[in-house]
Write a protein that binds this ligand. Structure first.
Ligand code: CTP
Length: 397
């Protein structure tokens, strides 16, 4: 799927530049025509001769060759490329890309490129989580670039943390799924986050769902070509991918209305939201005063997943089950009663799983009660497993 593609690899000045040699080698092996751009500082970490030999093309560093005046046109390079991968991307280069500072060939080509751009940052952990760098990485994503997140592990400084450039194989996989686009033409509904059930003008019943799992699922489907409708409860998360349309809701009833409206035009639905099971029978018009004891009368909210299970036709419908006890049994029960194709179980007994954090440990159960367990992973990687599972189901249909 990468064979014959034109890919620019931009190498900026960080110790992870040595991994770019492997990245270029893997791309060439896939049949990609690779051209390498480097910054002046990158030359100190890896030699242009190495990169020229591996890419089978001269490496471009300056706008022109002072010896013969030969011109490296950033505009032509930008037009030539089917994709531009900047790996490693230092905090400095990310900052310039976010701010529009074009002071070298590599970054000027970034501004000229019309193709998709993939950015694989690499830096020390404290730099990676600095607010300024995080904001710049977010800005790059808002501009439509794909961020290939750094990994956690031992860093060149000797510290342990997040900042290692993604492995070359991971970067190649990311490019493959972009060009492969297995969900092109598919419409996917994803629910995410909590719902808030109003008690009075200032209070609500809610839960601790952060929305991260659902947003990661939406992002992964979009990266693989799907058009995604993300029906989201109140969360504080950005949406980056242009293929995602977010529909904001607050209460379970609003989420129900939107899902029932949108589901018929979709092929796949993943119900990841932590929907409140009960809502106050009546919302007080005025703020409830604290003078007396209070008994709230609650009524059941509609079961959105179960309703979609009733009206589904050729859809693939998946749900989540967050359990504290009898995990497998409860999840299987939900799978049946809601007429799901599979259910993703996470147990609050597994440390690192469930609400809030950046990791999850999932188990997928299908209609035949076949159980697939996954180890603890980042929510983004767990999302990839879930999306790969949907792909497998579609291929077997
Ligand atoms: N769900 C839903 N609508 C609801 C409640 C849940 O669509 N009103 C969906 C969730 O998004 C999830 C699945 O149903 O995909 C299971 O949710 P969960 O809260 O674990 O189960 P419940 O059916 O609410 O059962 P219980 O709370 O009793 O465990």
């Amino acid at each position: 799927m990468l064979s014959g593609k034109h890919i620019l690899v931009g190498i900026t000045g960080g110790i992870a530049a040595y991994k770019s040699a492997e990245l270029v080698r893997l791309l060439v092996r896939e049949g990609v025509e690779v051209k390498v751009l480097m910054t002046e500082t990158a030359k100190r970490f890896i030699s242009p001769l190495t990169m020229a030999t591996l890419s089978k093309n001269p490496v471009m560093i300056d706008f022109f060759n002072p010896e013969n005046g030969e011109w490296n046109s950033h505009v032509k390079l930008g037009l030539w490329a089917d994709a531009y991968v900047i790996a490693p991307a230092t905090a400095n280069s990310i900052g310039k890309m976010a701010a529009g500072i074009a002071d070298n060939l590599l970054i000027t080509t970034y501004f000229s490129a019309r193709c998709p751009v993939f950015v694989a940052p690499a830096m020390d952990m404290d730099m990676y989580k600095h607010q300024a760098v995080m904001t710049n990485m977010e800005t790059l994503q808002l501009y439509g670039n794909t961020l290939i997140e750094a990994e956690t592990g031992e860093l060149a400084s000797g510290l342990e943390g997040k900042g290692r450039m993604a492995k070359p194989e991971v970067i190649v996989d990311c490019l493959k799924s972009f060009f492969d686009a297995p969900f092109l033409g598919k419409h996917v509904l994803v629910t995410a986050g909590p719902t808030y059930e109003k008690i009075d003008p200032v209070r609500f019943i809610g839960n601790f769902s952060s929305g991260k799992m659902g947003y990661a699922i939406a992002e992964t489907f979009a990266q693989q070509g799907a058009e995604v409708l993300l029906v989201s409860g109140p969360v504080n998360l950005p949406v980056f991918h242009p293929n995602i349309r977010r529909v904001n809701v607050v209460s379970a009833n609003e989420m129900y209305e939107e899902c029932v409206r949108l589901f018929p035009s979709c092929d796949i639905a993943v119900m990841c939201a932590a929907v409140a099971d009960f809502t106050p029978e009546k919302i007080e018009k005025n703020k409830i005063k604290h003078t007396n004891d209070l008994t709230l009368s609650l009524v059941k909210t509609p079961d959105i997943a179960a309703e979609l299970g009733k009206i589904k036709q050729n859809h693939i419908l998946a749900g989540f089950a967050l359990e504290t006890d009898n995990e497998l049994q409860n999840a299987c029960e939900k799978l049946k009663t809601k007429n799901l194709d599979f259910i993703v179980l996470n147990s609050l007994n597994d440390s690192g799983a469930g609400f809030g954090g950046d990791t999850n440990k999932i188990t997928i159960i299908d209609r035949d009660a076949a159980v697939t367990r996954f180890p603890l992973k980042s929510k983004k990687d767990a999302a990839k497993d879930i999306v790969a599972y949907v792909r497998k189901l579609i291929n077997n249909q």
